[in-house]
Design a protein around this ligand. Structure first.
Ligand SMILES: Cc1cc2nc3c(=O)[nH]c(=O)nc-3n(C[C@H](O)[C@H](O)[C@H](O)COP(=O)(O)OP(=O)(O)OC[C@H]3O[C@@H](n4cnc5c(N)ncnc54)[C@H](O)[C@@H]3O)c2cc1C
Length: 431
């Protein structure tokens, strides 16, 4: 059913699909599987700009070591969403018991688990109790709307030291380096989720991408890589334009790859309004493969007075050949504006401190100075989680958005998979 609007070569290149999904990361793959399963026999086409699927969930393999693009932990909501799609999540939960806290340049017993928290020498007894209450009971409630985490911690904790110590634990799973960056509702909801357990995935997140791709194929999704979408023209049947000159007309389109600003540009929508979805969050990551681990007892370290992180992922998940190790280090963006050389130096410093002699065992390393961890951090002044857009796009019937910046629930991959489900449901309703 090609449209008759354009003639010549353009019309000849036009195809037709029931649903087009743009983006082949976790969000797009999950959305495509849901649509194809919900509407057997319909034409579902997934377009991915890159040469391979996976987006930020890609995992590289070198000499038998699996390295994600930075550290990854899967939360309960994402696990449940994946299970609903028939995707198993092999892996285990990291042990917090042996964690260490880096403060004033020295390593101390960690306090992320309740027992060690009540004994930590980094806090006075009154501070320990207040931090333990906050970390143990934090959950979303209406009173947190409009508060950023700085204000929330200020209300709940008695001293600057207690606030710093609590945020050092809270930021681990959100990648926000400073408490002024994120809304309290989003962080409290996410931390409640984290308390229900995290999983480091065997084989890295490529395991999930491969399984989703297999599900997509068996459900009949047609996948096209190296197909960058350059526009989505409005109409009763939106028209998706591809960089190679081709076009696809569809009953419904799910934009599951581009960030909001790019999505609005593709849709030729006025973007004069300030972005309600919040600011992008970038993280510096150092991924390291070692042939042996110099100090096995230092496998999880988090900074208290600086947003640093080191985790030996291969202690928990299958990522390295026998005897070898895969480590992920990160420095979270705290607005300090450090250049990439300085950040790299600090990450090397952390590795020297925790794993002395690591250079002699180095197999592979990769430094990512500014990878996007979250497309848009939900901030109090933008309405927090409830202020996020989508999945409908105002003024564009039949076009839906999904991703980590969409919908009222979840952060990171949780938000991706929840919004993918919502967008797929809306697209199915158009068929
Ligand atoms: C360092 C790091 C650590 C993280 N840690 C965690 C964690 O511990 N837990 C967690 O839940 N999440 C974590 N995340 C976040 C999680 O990885 C992402 O939320 C998720 O992978 C994003 O999936 P996505 O499909 O929405 O986007 P992406 O993975 O970015 O994929 C989007 C895809 O769309 C394609 N695309 C874009 N524009 C177009 C276009 N115009 N045409 C065609 N294709 C297009 C891109 O090429 C890309 O392949 C982390 C992220 C990073 C970077």
């Amino acid at each position: 059913m090609p449209g008759g609007r354009e003639g010549g070569a353009r019309a000849r290149a036009e195809e037709w699909a029931d649903v087009v999904v743009v983006g082949g990361g976790l969000t797009g793959l999950a959305a495509a599987v849901r649509v194809a399963r919900g509407a057997a026999g319909r034409r579902v086409l997934l377009l991915e700009a890159a040469g391979e699927l996976g987006g930020r969930a890609r995992t590289t393999e070198q000499d038998g070591y699996r390295l994600g693009l930075g550290p990854r932990a899967l939360y309960r909501t994402a696990r449940a969403q994946l299970r609903a799609l028939g995707v198993a999540v092999p892996g285990r939960a990291p042990r917090l018991g042996g964690a260490l806290a880096l403060c004033d340049g020295a390593l101390h017993p960690g306090y992320a688990a309740p027992g060690p928290l009540l004994r930590t020498g980094l806090l006075a007894p009154r501070e320990r109790l207040a931090v333990a209450r906050l970390l143990g009971l934090a959950r979303p409630h209406p009173g947190l709307a409009g508060l950023d985490v700085e204000a929330w911690l200020g209300e709940r904790l008695p001293t600057a030291r207690a606030r710093q110590a609590a945020f050092a634990v809270l930021r681990l799973s959100t990648y926000t380096g400073s408490p002024a960056m994120i809304g309290a509702d989003a962080l409290a909801a996410h931390f409640a989720e984290v308390r229900r357990g995290v999983t480091y995935v065997d084989g890295g997140w490529r395991t999930l991408v491969d399984a989703l791709r297999a599900r997509a194929r068996s459900a009949g999704v047609r996948v096209r890589a190296a197909a960058r979408v350059t526009a989505v023209e409005a109409g009763e049947r939106p028209r998706v334009v591809i960089a190679d000159g081709g076009a696809v007309r569809a009953r419904a389109v799910i934009l599951a790859g581009p960030a909001r600003r790019t999505a609005w540009q593709l849709l030729d929508l006025d973007d004069a309004q300030p972005d309600p979805a919040g600011r992008p969050l970038r993280t510096a990551c150092l991924d390291v493969a070692l042939s042996r681990l110099p100090a096995p007892d230092r496998s999880l370290v988090y900074g208290v007075d600086e947003p640093l992180y080191l985790s030996v992922f291969s202690r928990t998940a299958r990522l390295a050949p026998p005897g070898g190790a895969v480590l992920h280090l990160a420095r979270y963006d705290d607005g300090a504006g450090l250049g990439p050389d300085e950040v790299r130096k600090r990450l090397y410093g952390l590795l020297d401190l925790c794993q002395p002699g690591w250079r002699d065992a180095l197999v592979h390393e990769r430094f990512l100075p500014r990878i996007t961890t979250m497309t848009a951090v939900p901030q109090a002044r933008h309405g927090g989680l409830r202020g996020r857009p989508g999945p409908e796009v105002p003024g564009r019937p039949g076009v839906y958005v999904a991703g980590d910046w969409v919908g009222p629930r979840g952060l990171l991959a949780d938000a991706c998979l929840l919004s993918a489900a919502q967008a797929a449901e809306r697209a199915l309703a158009r068929l």
